[in-house]
Design a protein around this ligand. Structure first.
Ligand SMILES: Nc1ncnc2c1ncn2[C@@H]1O[C@H](COP(=O)(O)OP(=O)(O)OP(=O)(O)O)[C@@H](O)[C@H]1O
Ligand SMILES: [Mg+2]
Length: 1005
């Protein structure tokens, strides 16, 4: 957003004197002082810029400042010379209005600096490009050249312009500079031959002697020592802070940029040298026969060997009248006068030539912007012809200022449709008339005196003035007919006083006639023309024999009046812009504000007059748009936005604020405010309102900021918390993970090692092998035991899978034996290693037992020899013991004859001891057929096998053991048989005979 500022913002004092309230000289000075002390060196009077010399460099001319003021309205920013330059440049470029910038002020007030600032600003903002830059450079570089030749150190200013300068800068339609024309006014040439105390000759003399190379000086036949030259005053040959040698190089460089050829530069330097050497020519009297003194050049062998023509010109003067030539001799005084006149003329013509030469380089003709840097009003203790001329010029400028200001004001009123009220102001036309009137003006009378035959002196001139101007209200003289001044001792007899618009100035009449005459004897012009030097010849065209002109050359006053007239006509065709320079003190100091001195300048610059003229109608005016923009917050109807036309808005605003109707007027595009106090009323209201608005904005902003901050913090808090939780969990997890990782890893390794070791150290596959690797880790206790168990089971299974059916049966028997006898009979352990063979006698193969074999019709499960214990004597007799599925058979060992056959069903039980013996008793059931002989007591080494087999047989026969029931006297056997499932749910019982009862049991499947 573009920040709109205004001249009214941040004002120190008031930025525009038109707004000064109350308006008085004191308040005017006070305002200037206040601003000066705050380094605000620029102040406006309407569109006029007052510039106070700061006497030090301020940081207000930077490229950034140029940009700041570029294309901004005049009153938009605080007062600055750039604002004026910008305004002038834009009106020139955009509205095709030729401009002039009039810079006035007393010596040392900063006019030249101001003119350079304006030029540099324009150079900075106008177009760019190779050609344009060259022109810009040429225009800017003309300054150092002209300053070297036309400026000098005076008691007031170390770089005082001793000539007036007006420069037209020419632009094309785009606003790019094309070139320029410089006009120069009245160089103070008397300075060439004589300088007041504490002052210097023109800079170029010192620059040449200090800065030129030895070789150049030798060529010019010059000596570096200033004291060798009469024209150079010695008391202030060097100026502090001024480097003449460096400046000489700058000037040479500038001349080159402006377009001087090398031989032209040399000629210029030769002329400068010639002037210096002219000053060293001395004369001596030589008595002539007619008794008069004739001057002769002293010391001819000096630096400058004069040619005879020139030498003669210093001794004789030829006056031509009506084709008659009369030669008169010159005395020494006249010779010195002639020498000085020549030096002055030579130098001033050289200066004019320089200006012409620069113009040749920069000339074109298009729309122009003129910059006038002319000497300001001068009031010295001793004022002479020069001051008179200069002050006349300033009178003319003041007049044009009033004229143009009023005209501009009037035009604006007409343009805006505001009624024009007559403005009371002092018109200095009457003073101009006193000086320039062709009939009885001071200049006309001076010319008349100069041209009058007979003795003419400054006194006769003063007499004439006393006669003619006595009644003029701005002319004062002791000898005038005006008795008022007869006793005024502040007015010496040989002086006259003029009451200029800017104050009274006392002029000494001495030298007026001579300076106005500005005589150069024709012999000298001719001698110069004859010189063998192109440039000198060019400077003295009247010396040409072909151009003998008997008419007197125009006087200095006449010439000046003519050139001022041209200048005024020139300025009147242009849009004026004023810079009024003021110097704050006489000491060239940056911090002193000498009120009396400033007051004096304010007076003679006519600044109060200026403010009055400007304020006569309406003090302040502003276009409707910016006015509404600036004050719209003062009324609810216009704040914050006004939809209608700006003028309507301003009208609403003014009536709402109850500003008295006579205080303002509505123009076509602007509102005109009559008194500054009305403006200040608006400003004050605005300031208050802005404060309230600022508070409101601050309040809302603070609220918004806090809220935003709060929301941000809230959001951040969630994020932070989330991250923290994540972090905390990760930290915990990491702690856990890290702490246990090694352990876990270790455990894994241990487990792996354990399994590998186990694999390597597995015990044998024998089921009876009791070994098992030792337990490596206590935490694997359970696993270790379980693995041992599994391994053992697996090993057993493997072992078992190798068994044949027979072996399996044997082992089953062995297992049965174990359950029957282990830990019950001492004989058992010895039987473990014996395999149960069954048929030890190989009965079916042994022929001896053929008979026996055939007597037993079933398969023999066991055949062995046993001892039958005799009941009577307890002795044993060998018997063959056969066991079949159904019975036990005892036979004679030798014959194989069956001695007893007992069906297994008749066996009630078998008894054995717990001892390590082979005895066993077969107990027979009571009442069975075999029981007749009683039980059998037998002994065998294979008792364990025999009993085991018997036991197994009786177990398989168990279900065949008859289920005997003892009914009254007879025993009945109950037989269980398996029935079909369909035969009903319950068991059925059926009597078969008187000994057998059959029970049919349904199957469960
Ligand atoms: N704006 C400025 N900023 C800094 N210094 C300045 C400014 N204006 C003037 N000066 C100083 O004041 C001195 C005198 O200024 P300047 O030569 O412009 O005066 P002038 O009005 O042209 O005087 P004269 O009538 O004698 O030529 C300058 O050399 C410079 O040191
Ligand atoms: Mg100057």
């Amino acid at each position: 957003m573009e920040v709109k500022t205004s001249l009214l913002d941040n004002m120190i004092g008031v930025g525009d004197m038109v707004l000064l309230e109350p308006l008085s000289e004191d308040s005017f000075l006070e305002n200037l002082k206040k601003r000066f002390e705050h380094n605000e060196i620029y102040t406006y009077i309407g569109s006029v810029v007052i510039s106070m010399n700061p006497y030090r460099s301020l940081p207000i001319y930077t490229p950034e400042k140029v940009e700041e003021y570029r294309n901004r309205n005049f009153y938009e920013l605080s007062p600055h010379i750039y604002a004026l330059a910008d305004e002038a440049y834009r009106s020139l470029r955009d509205q095709d209005k030729d401009q002039c910038i009039l810079i006035t002020g007393e010596s040392g007030a900063g006019k030249t600096e101001a003119s350079k600032l304006v030029m540099s600003y324009v150079a900075a903002v106008c177009g760019k490009g190779q050609e344009v830059n060259k022109v810009k450079e040429q225009l800017l570089q003309s300054n150092p050249v002209l300053e070297a030749f036309g400026n000098a150190k005076t008691v007031r200013n170390d770089n005082s312009s001793r000539f007036g300068k007006y420069m037209d800068i020419e632009f094309d339609f785009k606003g790019d500079p094309l070139g320029g024309v410089i006009s120069n006014y009245l160089l103070e040439k008397s300075r060439v031959v004589k300088q007041p105390r504490g002052e210097r000759n023109f800079h170029i003399f010192y620059q040449l002697l200090s800065g030129a190379s030895d070789e150049t000086l030798k060529k010019l036949k010059l000596d570096r020592d200033f004291s060798k030259y009469n024209y150079l005053s010695l008391d202030s040959a060097s100026v502090s802070g001024v480097d003449d040698a460096a400046n000489f190089r700058t000037v040479r460089n500038a001349m080159q940029i402006v377009g001087f050829m090398e031989d032209e530069v040399q000629s210029v330097l030769q002329l400068v040298a010639a002037v210096l050497k002219l000053g060293n020519i001395e004369f001596k009297p030589e008595s002539r026969s007619n008794g008069l003194d004739e001057s002769r050049v002293k010391d001819k062998n000096g630096d400058w060997s004069l040619n005879s023509v020139l030498e003669r010109a210093f001794s004789y003067r030829t006056v031509e009248a009506k084709s008659e030539k009369v030669s008169t001799t010159l005395n020494v005084a006249q010779a010195y006068y002639a020498r000085d006149a020549l030096a002055k003329n030579l130098y001033s013509r050289l200066f004019s030539w320089l200006v012409t030469r620069i113009n040749e380089s920069i000339k074109t003709r298009h729309k122009v912007m003129g910059v006038l840097d002319i000497y300001g009003f001068e009031i010295f203790e001793d004022n002479s012809f020069e001051q008179f001329i200069i002050n006349y010029c300033n009178e003319k400028l003041q007049q044009i200022f009033i004229e143009l200001t009023l005209r501009e004001e009037q035009e604006e009123y007409i343009r805006e449709g505001i009624e024009w009220t007559n403005i009371e102001y002092f018109n200095n036309a009457v003073i101009c008339d006193l000086i320039e009137n062709n009939k009885n003006g001071i200049l006309a009378m001076l010319d008349e005196e100069c041209l009058r035959p007979g003795t003419v002196t400054d006194e006769t001139f003063l007499d004439k003035l006393n006669m003619i101007c006595a009644q003029h209200q701005h002319f004062e003289s002791r000898l005038s007919k005006n008795s008022k001044f007869l006793t005024d001792h502040s007015l010496p007899h040989n002086c006259f006083r003029i009451q200029h618009y800017a104050g009274k100035v006392l002029y000494r009449a001495e030298g007026f006639v001579d300076k106005n005459n500005d005589l150069l004897y024709r012999d000298l012009s001719q001698a110069m023309y004859k010189a063998n030097h192109g440039l000198i010849k060019q400077l003295f065209p009247e010396g040409s024999p072909a151009k003998i002109n008997l008419k007197r050359p125009p006087t200095a006053g006449y010439q000046f009046k003519a050139s001022v007239g041209t200048l005024m006509r020139n300025l009147q065709t242009k849009n004026p812009n004023y810079i009024r320079c003021i110097k704050p003190n006489d000491k060239k100091s940056s911090h002193i504000f000498t009120e009396s001195l400033v007051c004096h300048q304010v007076r003679y610059l006519g600044l109060m007059e200026n403010v009055r003229v400007r304020r006569a109608g309406y003090a302040f005016r502003q276009a409707y748009e910016p006015c509404l923009e600036r004050y719209k917050m003062l009324c609810k109807k216009t704040w914050p936005h006004w939809k209608g036309p700006a003028r309507k808005g301003v009208e609403v605003l003014m009536s709402d604020l109850k500003v008295p109707a006579e205080e303002y007027a509505y123009g076509r595009s602007k509102i005109f405010i009559r008194n500054p106090k009305t403006l200040f009323f608006l400003e004050e209201r605005r300031r208050q309102c802005l404060q309230d608005l600022a508070t409101l904005i601050q309040k809302i902003y603070r609220g918004w900021k806090c809220r935003r901050q709060f929301l941000l913090m809230k959001k951040s808090q969630v994020v932070v918390a989330a991250w923290y939780r994540r972090y905390a969990v990760r930290r915990e997890y990491r702690k856990f993970f890290r702490a246990n990782a090694a352990k876990l890893f270790d455990i894994c390794v241990q487990i792996q090692k354990y399994f590998l070791n186990l694999k390597k150290n597995l015990p044998s596959m024998s089921p009876v092998d009791k070994s098992w690797p030792s337990r490596p880790y206590s935490f694997l206790d359970g696993v270790h035991a379980e693995l041992r168990r599994i391994f053992h089971l697996w090993r057993c299974k493997k072992y078992r899978s190798q068994f044949t059916e027979e072996k399996k049966a044997v082992y089953e028997e062995k297992l049965e034996a174990s359950t029957l006898f282990k830990d019950k009979k001492a004989l058992y352990p010895s039987s473990v290693s014996q395999s149960f063979k069954g048929d030890y006698l190989e009965i079916n193969k042994n022929p001896k037992y053929q008979k026996l074999h055939s007597a037993v019709d079933e398969k023999v499960l066991l055949a062995d020899t046993v001892s039958k214990i005799n009941r009577a004597n307890g002795k044993g007799s060998p018997r063959i013991f056969l066991l079949t599925k159904k019975s036990v058979v005892l036979a004679d060992q030798k014959s194989g004859q069956v001695k007893a056959s007992v069906p297994l069903l008749d066996l009630a039980s078998v008894s054995v001891s717990t001892q390590n013996d082979g005895f066993f008793a077969l107990k027979l059931k009571e009442g069975s057929s075999s029981a007749v002989k009683g039980d059998f007591l037998l002994s065998s080494e294979r008792l364990i096998e025999i009993i085991t087999k018997l036991y197994r047989l009786s177990a398989t026969n168990a279900d065949r053991v008859p289920f005997l029931v003892q009914f009254k006297n007879d025993k009945v056997c109950v037989k269980f048989i398996q029935g079909s499932p369909r035969n009903g749910s319950g068991a059925s019982c059926k009597r078969k005979n008187n000994r057998l009862l059959e029970v049919s049991v349904p199957s469960t499947a």
